[in-house]
Design a protein around this ligand. Structure first.
Ligand code: PEP
Ligand code: MG
Length: 477
């Protein structure tokens, strides 16, 4: 699919060191907005609002009253929003969102994020052109009026592509965008867009399962309505990315319960929080790493932060229990709630998670089946041992390819190496399937390779029991 339209250029303030005072954060955000406002009238209004003395005086007053800078900013935001809320004018009352945006940027600047990752509005009908985008950048975009995205950095499996595709927005990465100016007519060529009756026909004919990938409740609903046999990966971190604070246990329980109910008794493979790498939570600053994709991400990060992880695990167990009370019939052949751990490298990581689950509820095994993503060479090479602890495998070729081939999944210059069809990646897939079947557990694939019709026959021949397709392939009839 090819779409064309006028370009609008994304400006990003460089990420910096965290700062400790409001004045420093103000200077960073002011600087970023000044540049962005040049060609974006919405952001010009933001700049005016930032420069309004009421804003800085309210924060400074809170600091003088003894609050630390972050608390002072949050309190000032709430005061100013409540002031807007009292004004009987629809336009002014709606400015509360702009205040949230500005304070989001200030918060972001304070924690080292550069002050530009808060919601960003693209003029309607313009193609967003960026050197680099992060998943957190995507949360504030209005996708309904966005015809396409052009981006230099990234590959078809980078998370910005996964999010854009889930929203039905064409995206082309690896494009040299340096010569493009605001308003130039540009085109986006995205071969991944469009349904693939071929995959569906082949998988159905082979009697394997067709699942769908999801990042929120709407996508779960759409997948089940399209006839999927279940959800092959529910990327729960996308729920966390769309907010400015950590969801509470009760909020998570309600979301997971809703998600499971939407599946109508079909399996919901709920992936535990997979942050780190290119997915950072703006409100959970982590020390910078030289190699974030080889760093503290996925299950290793969760095990380092049991305070956060336990909240999620408890919420999943509570949600599974709530649904069992409503629909015990859905649990007769085992719980439809499948808990999937990302980035597993050691069998002991699975055991540690089971220990946490057992401490929350000794009967956890009747509520969730615990499986893993096979997306590291360690998991693939040690798949036989992993299979003894895991109830299922799902192969994550997006990461498996980058780790097997030692080629960053976000680097467009490495497309030749970053190839899931490479012999070594295919061998890793075969090893995983063999080990799963020898142990009698099912093995699916939820990486983007599963959505590539060129791979379908190869994957079915390799013995995969299920393919989980990205939302853009959602023509499952
Ligand atoms: C994968 O790595 O293949 C995968 C499905 O997970 P993510 O793309 O979210 O890293
Ligand atoms: Mg992955």
């Amino acid at each position: 699919m090819i779409v064309s339209g006028p370009a609008t250029i994304w400006h990003r303030a460089p990420a910096g060191e965290p700062v400790s005072s409001f004045d420093e954060a103000y200077a960073i955000v002011h600087d970023a907005l000044e540049r962005q406002a040049l060609d974006n009238p919405v952001l010009a209004a933001h700049l005016e609002m930032l420069e309004d003395p009421v804003l800085s005086e309210t924060v400074r007053g809170n600091v003088a009253a003894g609050m630390d800078a972050l608390t002072a900013m949050d309190a000032a935001r709430d005061t100013i929003i409540s002031m807007f809320g009292q004004i009987d004018d629809e336009y002014l009352a709606a400015r509360a969102d702009d205040v949230r945006d500005i304070f989001g940027r200030l918060r972001d600047a304070m924690t080292g994020g550069g002050g530009a990752s808060a919601p960003y509005r693209v003029s309607k009908g313009c193609i967003l052109v960026a050197e680099e985008l992060f998943p957190s950048d995507m949360t504030g975009l209005d996708f309904s009026s966005l015809p396409g995205i052009l981006c230099h950095k990234g590959s078809v499996t980078s998370h910005v592509c996964i999010i854009a595709h889930a929203k039905g927005v064409p995206i082309q990465v690896g494009v040299d965008v340096s010569g493009i100016r605001e308003g130039d007519t540009v085109s986006v060529d995205d071969p991944m867009m469009g349904g693939t009756p071929y995959i569906v026909a082949r998988v159905r004919a082979a009697g394997r399962k067709l699942l769908v990938n999801a990042g929120n409740l709407d996508e779960i609903k759409a997948g089940i309505a399209a006839g999927a046999d279940g959800i092959g990966i529910f990327r729960t971190e996308f729920l966390f990315l769309q907010r400015d604070s950590m969801p509470s246990g009760e909020e998570q329980r309600a979301m997971y319960r809703e998600a499971l109910l939407e599946c109508l008794g079909r399996p919901l493979v709920l992936r535990t929080l997979d942050v780190g790498g290119d997915k950072m939570l703006p409100y959970m600053p982590l020390p910078p790493e030289d190699n974030p994709f080889l760093g503290l991400r996925g299950v290793r990060l969760c095990l380092e932060h049991p305070d956060i992880f336990n909240v999620q695990l408890r919420a999943v167990l509570d949600a599974a229990r709530d649904v069992r009370e409503l629909r015990p019939d859905w649990y007769e052949a085992g719980s439809p709630m499948r808990l999937m751990l990302p980035m597993v490298c050691l069998v002991d990581e699975i055991r540690q998670v089971k220990e946490l689950l057992r401490a929350i509820d000794p009967d956890y095994a009747s509520l969730v089946q615990v499986g893993i993503m096979v997306e590291t060479p360690a998991a693939a090479l040690d798949a036989a041992a992993m299979a003894a602890e895991a109830a299922f495998f799902s192969i994550g070729t997006n990461d498996l390819t980058q780790y097997v081939m030692a080629a960053d999944r976000c680097n467009p210059g490495l497309a030749r190496l970053y190839d899931p069809f490479s012999p070594a990646v295919r061998r890793a897939v075969e090893l995983t399937v063999e080990a799963a079947h020898a142990a009698g557990i099912p093995v699916g694939m939820c990486g983007e390779m599963a959505s590539d019709p060129r791979a379908t026959d190869l994957l079915l021949a390799a013995g995969l029991d299920a393919l989980s397709l990205s939302q853009i392939k959602l023509t499952l009839e």
